[in-house]
Design a protein around this ligand. Structure first.
Ligand SMILES: O=C(O)C(=O)C[C@H](O)[C@H](O)COP(=O)(O)O
Length: 210
């Protein structure tokens, strides 16, 4: 079943970005985030354990909607889809990757950093884009400035967002949700401190959107 990426982004104000070194932490981490109210999870394909972790979450935590992050090319997209990813996220995009994503039917959140990149993806039918790296590339100022000229586009800013800055991002009309790793701190994941993760998720899940 294919669901629009906008419908997935509407499920929670924050998408946890998870970089997992160890497959065994994947399921308890996903359960803690879902318990806290964040069901949409992005597992970055940046570690050896990533695809196994994604597969385990897809199989064992059906209440989570797990996707793959850091998808850089069509091969990774296909591997992620086969592992059970329900959506894919990329930090930037190429024409080849956008084409493959459309052909795959997998909901896709392509990354952009400039107005021209956003226009190119809009031309290809993508209306919700990841703005990455949000903080480094202009943050709130950029999003406010593009709101009028790119009136039909919405964004999921990611990269450098903190619990302190997330509310201001979510208050913007062209922000659908934000992505961030702060809800799954490396230390808490390493020590299996799922209560802390659940608490961070619970706070994040109550953030208000426009
Ligand atoms: O790997 C990717 O494709 C990325 O997009 C990078 C992630 O979005 C950031 O690592 C999350 O950013 P932080 O919340 O600042 O940690």
């Amino acid at each position: 079943m294919t669901v629009d990426i906008a419908a997935i982004a509407a499920l929670a104000p924050v998408i946890p970005v998870l970089t997992l070194e160890n497959r065994d932490s994947a399921v308890p981490l996903a359960r803690a985030l879902v318990r806290g109210g964040l069901p949409v999870l992005e597992v970055t394909l940046r570690t050896e354990a990533a695809l196994d972790a994604l597969r385990a979450i897809a199989r064992e935590v059906p209440e989570a909607i797990v996707g793959a992050g850091t998808v850089l090319n069509p091969e990774q997209l296909e591997r992620a889809q086969r592992a059970g990813a329900r959506f894919a996220v990329s930090p930037g995009c190429t024409c080849e990757l956008a084409r493959a994503a459309r052909a795959s039917g997998l909901p896709f959140l392509p990354g952009v950093q400039t107005v021209s990149e956003a226009m190119t993806l809009a031309e290809q039918g993508f209306g919700l884009l990841k703005f990455f790296p949000a903080d480094a590339a202009g943050g709130l100022t950029w999003l406010k400035a593009v709101g009028a000229p790119l009136a039909d586009l919405r964004f999921c800013p990611t990269g450098g967002i903190t619990p302190e800055t997330a509310p201001a991002y979510l208050a913007l009309a062209n922000v659908a949700c934000v992505g961030g790793s702060w809800v799954a701190p490396r230390g808490a994941v390493a020590t299996g401190d799922w209560q802390s993760v659940e608490r961070l998720a619970a706070t994040a899940s109550t953030l208000k959107r426009r």
